[in-house]
Design a protein around this ligand. Structure first.
Ligand code: F6R
Length: 599
């Protein structure tokens, strides 16, 4: 989603801003812009499409040591140049970048800005016009900014320039992520530390409803009511190699290849004295709960479906898994002692966050499972379990899914063991086996490429079926394929196809089946016979020990509950190669954003 950067210091800001925006490209965007400010005023450059287009539009002769930049993922108004950020007030005095959605922008426009001619269709422009409106009434910029903030309903991360004060960036945030990065002779702002790792690894978290005055030599944080806030910087635990592609053609392929290492890292992070473990207070919260409510979106929701199987089978706790955007507004009848588990790679997903806010208001405890330490969902929950997957840059989630499944398995296993339940395998050893199995599959990726090229090159749709835990992975396989190759794809419970969807099967329609569960493998093979009889092109993915002659892929055997870690790998690779074959932008698929910070 939208990304923000800002710099104020001693050297020219343009390149720092542009490089910062390039590091935010992964979040998804459709236009980009920067504004730089010097004693002569503010200069705005913006373009539709990639940062490369923006680079071409920037006037190299303009030198300025302060500026703000933005990548926009359109919400209000189509992606065009006038809707791209930064936006300017009517006189051009104020310039603003905004991430988030202002729900009452139309009302504010009607109440305060009847006489202002708007230059864009965005909610953002209302903010910058309001600042000017209040400044024209005699308020200082600081006062006009605060007055404006007090009127906004919705989410925002903001960076504001006033051309009458070339030494300040005004910053504020509510619900949308924003960090201040600190340096010796400069300070920066960024939606994600990655954007400014080029100049500093020292960052200060900002909290909701804080206003920050950023100058080259100082950062002053206050709450909206004027109370001073002191907060020490932390060191971002990232290095540039984590966020570079290296020799890989795409981040997605790099991240797929990283998955065996991610599982090993998780095992090591959750091992104490040779035993898998989680914090005692999380164990206590799980033990007290009479039901778990897993809340998530997209791929993280699919990991949650696997997590349900783990908690019910290994820890004997009933679980409901809910799509975050549905749960908040259609809350089911809750059990007496619920524990909420939020699963989110980014830790910033607005749909999940709105549920967390409601859950906290109701006084319930929440655990967040996330890849991003210090993210909003982590800060606002009672407990956090980290994924240790390293930054995931490709929009399509791969290693974070595998990490989510592994952390859910560890959590359920540790809880089951601490309750004295009979779990007849050693999870630590089995996760090692699964990591090796993933490596074996990755080492044969050329074979998977051949399957993808053969069956997905020209098809307009595809189906993925499975039963039990394989059904959960089928849905993830379908999501991966549609999001990066734009092939219409659906995941179904094997037994459900014949209740309607089978009508879509035509001559040559690819149907992928996962057959990794002993008790259901024959049933799913039976379902495949039904679609083959109607012309489908079958691709059966099975496991050693359960294979049959015509199976397209036979994966190394792993503990039956851990098959989602392994069966998802060929599906990720199949999607990757289908997208490559179709010349799609693998890492930045159309219309998608990595961190979905609007509801
Ligand atoms: C799919 C994908 C999305 C995310 C979803 C939730 O590849 O990445 O479906 O899983 O937007 O995002 P997080 O996990 O950051 O809450």
């Amino acid at each position: 989603m939208c990304g923000i950067v800002g710099y104020i210091g001693q050297v020219d800001a343009k390149e720092i801003l542009l490089k910062g925006l390039e590091k935010l490209e992964y979040r998804g965007y459709d236009s980009a812009g920067i504004a730089v400010m010097n004693e002569a005023g503010v200069h705005v450059f913006k373009e539709v499409g990639r940062i490369a287009n923006l680079r071409g539009a920037v006037d190299e002769s303009v030198e300025a040591t302060a500026g703000i930049g933005h990548t926009r993922w359109a919400t209000h108004g189509v992606p065009n140049q006038s809707n791209a950020h930064p936006h300017q007030s009517a006189s051009g005095r104020f310039t603003l970048v905004h991430n988030g959605v202002i729900e009452n922008y139309h009302l504010l426009q009607q109440e305060y800005l009847q006489n202002v001619t708007m230059k864009s269709d965005t909610d953002t422009e209302v903010i910058v016009q309001l600042v000017e409106h209040f400044a024209n009434e005699g308020l200082s910029t600081d006062e006009a900014f605060r007055k404006t903030l007090s009127l906004l309903h919705g989410s925002y991360a903001l960076g504001l320039l006033d051309e009458q004060d070339a030494e300040t960036i005004y910053v504020a945030k509510n619900k949308s992520p924003l960090l201040v990065g600190v340096g010796d002779t400069f300070n920066v702002i960024a939606s994600d530390a990655m954007a400014m790792l080029q100049v500093t690894d020292q960052f200060v978290e900002l909290h909701d409803e804080e206003v920050v005055i950023v100058k080259a030599a100082s950062v002053s944080i206050e709450k909206l009511d004027g109370t001073k806030v002191e907060r020490a910087p932390y060191t971002a635990q990232l290095d540039m190699s984590d966020i570079e592609k290296g020799t890989y053609p795409h981040y997605m392929l790099k991240e797929i290849d990283e998955q065996p290492g991610v599982i090993r890292k998780i095992v090591s992070a959750y091992t104490v004295e040779d035993e898998l473990t989680i914090d005692a207070d999380i164990k206590a919260a799980l033990s007290e709960a009479d039901r778990l409510y897993i809340i998530a979106a997209g791929t993280s929701y699919h990991a949650g479906l696997v997590g349900k199987q783990y908690f019910e089978k290994m820890a004997k706790i009933p679980v409901e898994v809910h799509i975050a955007s549905e749960f908040g507004y259609n809350m089911p009848l809750l059990s007496e002692k619920p524990l909420f588990i939020f699963i989110s790679q980014s830790g910033e997903t607005a749909d999940s966050r709105q549920v967390l806010v409601k859950v906290k208001e109701l006084g319930y405890k929440a655990l967040t499972i996330t890849n991003v330490q210090g993210s909003t969902l982590s800060r606002e929950a009672d407990y956090t379990l980290l994924l240790h997957a390293g930054p995931e840059i490709a929009v399509a989630s791969t290693k974070a899914y595998v990490a989510q499944v592994a952390v859910l398995a560890i959590t359920a296993y540790v809880e089951g063991k601490s309750k004295g339940l009979d779990i007849d395998f050693d999870l630590k050893a089995e996760l090692g086996v699964a990591a090796n199995a993933i490596q074996t599959i990755i080492d044969k990726k050329e074979e998977i490429q051949q399957v993808a090229d053969a069956v997905l090159a020209t098809t307009r749709n595809a189906f993925f079926i499975g039963r039990g835990i394989d059904y959960c992975v089928s849905m993830e396989g379908a999501l991966k394929l549609k999001e990066i190759s734009y092939i219409q794809a659906e995941g179904f419970a094997g037994g459900e196809l014949k209740h309607g969807t089978i009508a879509l099967i035509e001559e040559g329609t690819p149907v992928f089946a996962l057959a990794s569960q002993k008790a259901m493998s024959l049933n799913v093979r039976g379902n495949m016979k039904e679609v083959v009889a109607r012309g489908a092109n079958p691709i059966i993915i099975s496991m050693e020990g359960m294979e049959e002659a015509d199976d397209s892929m036979v994966l190394p055997a792993v503990q039956e509950l851990l098959t989602p870690l392994v069966t998802v790998i060929p599906l990720q690779l199949i999607s990757y190669y289908a997208a490559l074959y179709r010349d799609c932008d693998v890492d930045k698929p159309r219309n998608l954003a990595k961190s979905v910070t609007v509801e």
